[in-house]
Design a protein around this ligand. Structure first.
Ligand SMILES: Cc1ncc(COP(=O)(O)O)c(C=O)c1O
Length: 394
């Protein structure tokens, strides 16, 4: 594409030397619209309670006089807090040198791609999955490849292992629960992939080098109680990295704090590519303050799980063009539903007219809705019933 057509497509001035492979690309992101009911980016809809707000303000005030200095580059206190949190949440004990934080798990993932991807390297995901992964790959000059999932969106382990043998990826990215489908990753499926990766070759790398398996657990706190997490396998698999975030269940998306648990070796690789002082003192103080209130921050997770189960059951009773809606099995705070929507954009628009913002994402025919407050979900139900009746009439 010429520079002129790039300028036409996304208004980038033609005289700027934008990288050739970025010409025509658009910035990533779901629409940020000013609508009453936003159920499109998988946030926790419940705002921090006044006591939490108070502690955050206090802790930020305490560090404000030190803001002439750079923050702790290694964010040791915060890594200790991740360790304490994960032990409580998943029963897994991890040392500070097995933990690493960044500005959202987006940045964690980008750092992993920077460290293990690159020209001549391939990363493998399982389709459909989170739509940011190809962007991290593009930005790090990594080739992005996909193995397909089963029709019910579970991992097709045989296809994934075949793809590992064929493309010899440096990274294998699994998502649990998966976005946009909500599908949990079965522990036995993860084990099979980890075993395959243990001996798999990496194209362009020396003999004895094996792929890193990244499990993105952004939504894992919404899983049904008792379900294991990939964290339990970190001691056993040196090439496993588990990405987590404070953005979802922990209700802290605005602060931009993600983290990862992995072997010290993986953390040390990522430390090579991180920006110096990437986590601001304000971010570190705010995150530590929020961890002082872990109970309050997580207090709505149970309720959101119940909302998810009730909404899934309700959606299954709805019909479109004479057929019941399909609902993907989910262990997350969102639901992929529809399955046979023949005009997703129209459904999206009609919902929006009624003040409800959801997401057109995933395979053709499906849409994703994130769990809101009880009032928001009541409005969603009302708007969806009206919308489906209008759209099916044509
Ligand atoms: C699967 C998955 N991973 C990672 C992220 C990034 O979250 P954050 O950067 O807020 O931690 C998201 C956000 O929606 C996601 O869906």
């Amino acid at each position: 594409m010429s520079a002129t057509s790039a300028a036409e497509s996304n208004a980038i001035p033609a005289y700027l030397p934008l990288r050739n492979d970025l010409i025509g690309e658009e910035p990533y992101g779901a629409p940020q619209l000013d609508v009453p009911i936003c159920l499109n980016v998988n946030e926790n809809p419940y705002a921090p309670e006044p006591a939490v707000v108070e502690t955050i303000a206090q802790r930020v005030k305490e560090i404000a006089p030190t803001l002439n200095r750079y923050p702790d580059r290694e964010h040791i206190e915060l890594r200790k807090a991740f360790s304490k949190y994960l032990e409580r949440e998943s029963g897994v004990r991890l040392d500070v040198d097995q933990l690493w934080g960044a500005n959202g798990s987006n940045e964690i993932m980008l750092q992993l791609f920077q460290a293990f991807g690159g020209p001549g390297r391939t990363a493998l995901g399982c389709d459909p999955t989170y739509s940011m992964y190809p962007e991290y790959a593009r930005d790090t000059f990594t080739t992005w490849k996909l193995a397909h999932r089963n029709a019910d969106f579970t991992l097709d382990v045989d296809a994934t292992i075949k793809a590992i043998e064929e493309v010899k990826p440096a990274m294998i990215v699994l998502t649990s629960p998966n976005n946009p489908t909500g599908t949990p990753l079965k522990p036995e499926d993860l084990k099979r992939v980890l075993e395959a990766a243990r001996t798999a070759e990496v194209a362009g790398a020396a003999e004895g080098v094996h792929p890193v398996v990244v499990v993105d657990e952004a939504y894992i706190e919404f899983r049904d109680p008792g379900t294991p997490t990939a964290l339990e396998l970190i001691g056993e698999y040196e090439n496993l990295a588990v990405s987590r975030t404070m953005s979802k269940a922990f209700a802290f998306a605005g602060a931009r704090v993600g983290y990862m648990a992995a072997s010290k070796g993986i953390i040390d690789c990522v430390r090579i590519v991180r920006m110096p002082y990437h986590l601001s003192a304000v971010t570190q103080a705010a995150a530590l303050a929020a961890f002082e209130h872990t109970d309050e921050q997580l207090s709505r997770v149970n309720h959101l799980r119940e909302t998810r189960n009730a909404t899934a059951a309700w959606l299954k009773q709805q019909t479109y063009k004479g057929q019941p809606l399909e609902v993907a099995e989910t262990q997350s705070n969102f639901i992929l539903f529809g399955g046979h929507f023949d005009d997703r954009d129209r459904i999206f628009d009609e919902l929006l007219k009624r003040g409800v913002l959801i997401r057109v994402v995933g395979p053709e025919g499906w849409m994703r809705v994130c769990m809101g407050t009880d009032e928001e979900m009541a409005r969603f139900r009302e708007a969806l019933v009206e919308t489906l009746r209008i759209v099916e009439k044509g």
